[in-house]
Design a binder for this molecule. Structure first.
Ligand SMILES: Cc1cc2nc3c(=O)[nH]c(=O)nc-3n(C[C@H](O)[C@H](O)[C@H](O)COP(=O)(O)OP(=O)(O)OC[C@H]3O[C@@H](n4cnc5c(N)ncnc54)[C@H](O)[C@@H]3O)c2cc1C
Ligand SMILES: *[C@@H]1O[C@H](CO)[C@@H](O)[C@H](O)[C@H]1NC(C)=O
Ligand SMILES: *[C@@H]1O[C@H](CO)[C@@H](O)[C@H](O)[C@H]1NC(C)=O
Ligand SMILES: *[C@@H]1O[C@H](CO)[C@@H](O)[C@H](O)[C@H]1NC(C)=O
Ligand SMILES: *[C@@H]1O[C@H](CO)[C@@H](O)[C@H](O)[C@H]1NC(C)=O
Ligand SMILES: *[C@@H]1O[C@H](CO)[C@@H](O)[C@H](O)[C@H]1NC(C)=O
Length: 454
């Protein structure tokens, strides 16, 4: 191992801090060592070293894997922490941005805003890493207009199982490029740098949220489905449904205030008045602040995330895609009933037939979910020391209820060890295995739910 690469091994004082630097503390595996890289050749050396020592390897970008796969998904692996690959550079002439694989969404959005009032569609959580997020999809408030984060990748620099550096793009190694855009998490190589398309967000946007009385949970979900099916692509929407009864829809509209009323009318007019209603015209970057938990008026520099700390949470999440025009009325009622029986919440993110996401054919990238009306994320958390069994049985029952009224598909970025790979990759799985055999024939890059050789 190159002595000049900083690392923490089991016996070092920095080890526990490095290990705890993941969002979910449910599976705190014990890696053999953490390697903190800041250049491509250091990643090459790390891969060669892991292969030589016959230890597993796991790249970590933002550390938000729901199953802690960035700690390897088992004990004893070498974690390659990509945090030092932190460049975000916008080329104003081409509109393309180069982004290091260790950059987090907050700093990325801040840098693109400062360099040219542009953005890359991606999630709202500021500490999520570009690496894991873009390789498994990446849904955010501009995705209905501009697509998923994975759809914005135009090129990736990849360190392969042999320790070589290759480029994946439509022209160069297109099979690898196909696989990375949706199935790229630690199966084919370590992406060190991305080139993304970017989009103009210099115009003001409307950010909105409507909360409803708990007696309206069923009606609000029905209204979300009906309105979402036809809503124009320049509006995004997420519906939150809590087991305590709280519920509301929020999102942003990439257009003028005068047109906004018409966009929302079919939704608002089908329901009683919200208990709380907010519609705010603002710069795009202030909606990033708000969705990230800051006030719209906070200085945008907080998005730079100096000294990132994670909340200490132990959670389980499951997901499902709802297709066609949504769940039946009976399904909606059953879903809300099951939700109310425990402690947790769901977030429904709108995709829909009018969205840029669904306009991409399902066979051109490894992200095959191009026919969903929305995704559901189910979430429950508990104190690390307490008994999780009632939370777990609640979320499993909630998922089974949704399954009866929707599809077998699930979102790979909400990774769940209980799901079969067919839920994530559909019939493209066989093609992905072929790509795997070519690029990683010895299965160097692997975890419980990586793409297998056969
Ligand atoms: C609080 C929170 C909010 C979220 N919000 C959203 C949201 O709004 N929209 C959405 O779509 N998703 C969201 N997610 C899910 C998120 O997209 C996934 O958890 C994603 O995998 C996280 O990426 P990461 O780099 O932070 O995680 P990591 O744990 O670092 O990585 C995830 C997986 O990708 C692999 N990997 C990471 N970097 C690379 C690389 N460079 N090359 C190859 N493999 C790599 C890792 O080994 C691991 O298997 C959220 C998650 C959390 C915890
Ligand atoms: C990137 O990381 C280096 C080394 O840790 C640091 O000096 C630099 O300030 C970082 N840059 C950004 C944009 O965070
Ligand atoms: C919700 O609606 C019910 C029935 O109309 C009413 O009794 C209750 O006060 C409302 N709750 C809130 C928080 O407004
Ligand atoms: C970050 O942490 C370092 C070390 O604890 C501290 O010196 C520095 O002031 C912190 N920076 C910010 C912006 O909080
Ligand atoms: C995707 O499917 C379409 C329609 O079936 C077909 O014309 C096209 O060639 C396919 N593309 C790829 C990359 O397989
Ligand atoms: C990829 O999966 C989608 C969804 O399951 C399917 O429609 C498509 O035909 C698949 N493409 C290939 C090449 O298997």
């Amino acid at each position: 191992m190159t002595a000049s690469i900083p690392f923490s091994a089991l016996s070092d004082s920095g080890y526990e801090a490095a290990r705890g630097h993941v969002f979910n503390h449910r599976n705190l595996y014990k890696p053999a060592a953490f390697i903190f890289v800041s250049s491509v050749d250091q990643v090459q050396n790390a891969v060669k070293c892991a292969v030589q020592l016959k230890v597993g390897i796991a790249p970590r970008s933002g550390g938000h894997s729901y199953e802690d796969y960035s700690l390897g998904g088992r004990d004893g692996v070498m974690v390659v922490d990509l945090g030092g690959l932190n460049e975000t550079t916008l080329n104003k002439a081409t509109g393309l941005a180069t982004v290091g694989a260790g950059v987090r969404l907050g700093p990325m959005k801040l840098a693109l805003w400062k360099q040219g009032k542009r953005t890359i569609p991606s999630g709202t959580c500021l500490t999520v890493g570009v690496g894991g997020h873009s390789l498994g999809g990446g849904w955010g408030t501009t995705s209905r207009k501009f697509g998923l984060m994975s759809d914005s990748i135009v090129e990736a620099q990849v360190v392969t199982a042999r320790g070589n550096v290759v480029t994946a793009s439509a022209k160069s190694n297109p099979d690898l490029f196909f696989a990375l855009k949706g199935a790229g998490a630690n199966s084919f190589g370590i992406v060190t740098r991305f080139t993304f398309k970017t989009f103009d967000v210099s115009e003001k946007v409307i950010s909105f949220s409507y909360d409803y009385n708990e007696t309206q949970q069923v009606n609000v979900l029905k209204a979300f489905q009906k309105w979402g099916f036809n809503a124009p692509d320049d509006v995004s929407a997420s519906l939150s449904e809590f087991s305590t009864g709280g519920n509301g829809m929020s999102g942003i509209y990439l257009g003028s205030k005068s047109k906004f009323a018409d966009v929302m009318k079919p939704f608002l007019s089908s329901l009683p008045a919200p208990t709380k209603r907010e519609e705010l015209e603002a710069d795009y970057i202030s909606t990033v602040l708000q969705n990230g938990g800051y006030k719209a008026t906070d200085p945008s520099s907080v998005l730079g995330l100096v000294n990132v700390t994670y909340p200490f949470v132990t959670f389980k999440s499951k997901s499902i895609f709802v297709k066609k025009n949504g769940m039946s009325d009976a399904g909606v009622r059953a879903y809300i009933e099951a939700l109310r029986r425990g402690s947790g919440y769901s977030i429904l993110d709108l995709y829909g037939p009018t969205s840029a996401i669904n306009k991409v054919p399902s066979n051109v990238t490894a992200f095959v979910h191009r026919d969903a009306l929305y995704s559901i994320q189910m979430f429950t958390s508990w104190e690390e020391s307490s008994d999780a069994s009632s939370s777990i049985s609640w979320i499993e029952n909630l998922w089974r209820t949704a399954r009866r009224f929707s599809s077998p598909s699930a979102y790979q970025n909400y990774i769940d060890v209980q799901m079969p790979l067919s839920a994530y990759y559909g019939s493209n799985l066989s093609k992905l295995k072929t790509v795997k055999k070519k690029w990683d024939p010895s299965n160097v890059f692997r975890f419980q739910q990586s793409i297998p050789l056969s």
